[in-house]
Design a protein around this ligand. Sequence first.
Ligand code: FPP
Length: 239
Amino acid sequence: MGFFKKHKLSHSVPDVVPGHVAFIMDGNGRWAKKRGLPRTAGHSKGVKTFEEVIELCFNTGVDTVTVYAFSTENWKRPKTEVDFILKLLDEYLTISTEKCLKKGIRMRIIGDRSIFPEKMIEKMNDSEQRTAHLRYNLNVAVNYGSRAEICTAVNKLIAEGKTQVTEEDISAHLYTAEVGDPDLIVRTGGELRLSNFLMWQAAYSEFYFTETFWPDFGKKDLYKAFEKYASTHRRFGGL
Ligand code: FPP
């Protein structure tokens, strides 16, 4: 009987998707608080959402996903919360290589990794090296801040002997040199700001802001963001 029924797909796959989408995964703490749970429970659920969302993105035709997992400012949080997020990151790094290898995902860590324990740095390097031949790109921003990234790029250029720099010189020295600029930046959690994320790279990005807390962000929200992106005519400053 079901054969004769007309089904309206609840969320049909969008025809136009961004090549590169970046996520500011905000609202984990508030998601947990609303449920009377500790903030850390929001971060744990946030990791699950992160895994589901990257999978959805790559299945829908996106090539590159960049996520803001830990900023240079996040160190200011209470030590217990910082330690918990770092533990989640470390756990993810432990399993990520195998997962990425299975799914054809090339992993890159963007940000200054030198601050992390040696074991964690090894996992980051290992994951990057072993997935370097794969077609999809996943960039995880850890100890990342856009201002620090631009300063690092300029300092590298100075060390190379440059006395004047071009926009191309700076772009080529950012952590994202190989993956380029995001077409779309999605921020969950209701705040309307960039919070030191990909400021140089966002010059011509489209933005999508939603009140949805990151742990609740799912297929419906993602496709809504893509539909809004598809309906926007991008002119890059031209006509
Ligand atoms: C923002 O929510 C979220 C963070 C600062 C951490 C994001 C980290 C994860 C999702 C886990 C680690 C990621 C990976 C890739 C393993 P918030 O705490 O600022 O939320 P609030 O604004 O409601 O307080």
